[in-house]
Ligand binder design. Structure first.
Ligand code: ADP
Ligand code: ASP
Ligand code: MG
Length: 416
């Protein structure tokens, strides 16, 4: 049985007409011999609207209840999708996460998938049904509803594809993965093939076209993903193992993330164990910390800054304020107006001068760098949010438009 998982994002199911358009893609795949499993997001704007409603009640809505609320977005979409397929003459059955079941841990609002039962889906496929699975949601061992974090329907799709040993298509509102967000950089180009590793970096650095965990899953289980537009038939981007990506370049893409906040603990006593205290408290609250900068110490005191997602920022600030009091720090300052711009590419492993060039581009545009972090295949700089789009456009021009000749020949390439 040749199985294909087709995932449709919010815009692709944003209206009844669009659901019909998506259903036509499903029918085309069925007619070409695939058994299709559909994964659907909530209709465009629905999840945001539900979050906004909850926040009218409380700044920190109860996370269990948040999951019960947010899962309704996908529940509605899959029912409408299945009805549409039925109207078009194809038997379909909608399934919520718990009905599959997609079993997760119990970290509400950002749960991780632990296992997927495939028997029910396999039975439905055998009987000729098209299962339409609600993305983004799961269930714990104790029957609590969970959600997988924003963009989590991608992860539902890839995890299902892994469990069913299926191919995976991600239908979205752009024709693939681009060298930068096409909404910010009009000259951005579609990338025909990209490695898991590069896509993981791009996703974690702000290219929200794929949720990072979905690509981690794909890499772990070798799922080949085709990201493409639900509004055309053109080929999109294949996300593949590195050895299958023919063209290796120094910089594959430029990203920007404006959903982080910087928190600074001012005048912290500079002695062993202080950093551990701060970051352990954040870890205990399941808060992911990104960039960390500690300034040079002056008279036994130092400033320590770090970034967390904007959603976690109020909670992180509250936690750090408590620790700051205990350790005798002067104050805690939160800045929500920061942006992280990054360049990513496998070829960076074997090239030099890339960091210098990046800092130079920012400097020439009068953009100050507040923090830097690097890995083998990426460089990120934290800057003032007001320069975010300018920085992305300038970096794209320098590294991708003008730097087209900067290619690497092979893994240890000299071409850069
Ligand atoms: P969906 O609702 O289909 O899951 P998302 O809004 O989550 O879609 O992701 C698609 C969006 O990702 C695009 O509309 C685009 O603006 C944005 N995006 C950011 N960076 C990139 C990139 N490098 N390539 C393609 N799209 C990107
Ligand atoms: N509806 C959820 C969100 O908006 C999940 C998804 O679309 O992937 O984040
Ligand atoms: Mg998405």
């Amino acid at each position: 049985m040749k199985i294909l998982v087709q995932k449709f994002g919010g815009t692709s199911v944003g209206t009844l007409e669009r659901i019909e358009n998506a259903a036509r893609k499903v029918i085309k795949a069925v007619e070409s011999g695939y058994r299709v499993v559909v994964v659907s997001s909530a209709m465009a704007g629905e999840t945001d609207a539900l979050i906004e409603t909850a926040h009218r009640i409380s700044e920190f809505p109860n996370e269990r209840e948040m999951d019960v609320l947010l899962s309704t977005g996908e529940q509605k979409a899959v029912a409408l999708f299945a009805m549409t397929l039925r109207k078009m003459g194809y038997p379909a059955i909608s399934l919520c996460g718990w009905q599959v079941p997609i079993v997760t841990d119990d970290v509400h609002t950002k749960a991780r998938i632990r296992k997927i039962g495939t028997q029910r889906i396999r039975n439905l496929l055998e009987e000729g049904y098209i299962p339409v699975v609600a993305g983004f949601q799961g269930v714990t061992e104790t029957w609590e509803i969970t959600t997988l974090g924003r963009g989590g329907s991608d992860t539902t799709a890839v995890a299902l594809a892994a469990a069913l040993r299926a191919d995976c298509e991600i239908y979205t509102d752009v024709p693939g993965v681009f060298t930068a967000d096409p909404r910010i950089v009009p000259n951005a180009k579609k990338v025909p093939h990209i490695s898991y590793e590069e896509m993981i970096e791009l996703a974690s650095l702000g290219a929200k076209v794929m949720q990072i965990r979905s690509v981690e899953f794909a890499a772990k289980y070798g799922v080949r993903i085709h990201v493409r537009s639900s509004f055309s038939d053109e080929d999109g981007t294949w996300i593949l193992p590195e050895e299958e990506v023919m063209e290796k370049v120094v910089v594959r893409g430029v990203t920007v993330e404006t959903k982080e906040s910087r928190i600074t603990v001012v005048r912290v006593p500079d002695r062993p164990g202080i950093a551990a205290k701060i970051f352990k408290a954040l870890g205990d609250a399941h808060i992911v910390v990104d960039m960390i900068v500690q300034n040079v110490s002056h008279e036994g005191y130092t400033d320590m800054s770090f970034t967390v997602s904007k959603t976690d920022a109020p909670k992180a600030e509250e936690i750090v304020r408590k620790v700051a009091q205990e350790i005798g720090a002067k104050e805690v300052v939160r800045d929500d107006r920061v942006a992280k711009v990054s360049i990513v590419g496998l070829g960076m492993r074997s090239s030099y001068g890339t960091a210098g060039m990046m800092f130079d581009v920012l400097a020439k545009n009068g953009i100050n760098i507040m923090a830097i972090s690097t890995s083998e295949i990426k460089i990120s700089c934290l800057i003032d949010e007001k320069y975010a789009e300018l920085a992305v456009r300038e970096l794209h021009e320098a590294f991708i438009e003008e730097g087209e000749e900067i290619k690497v020949e092979d893994e240890k390439g000299k071409g850069s």
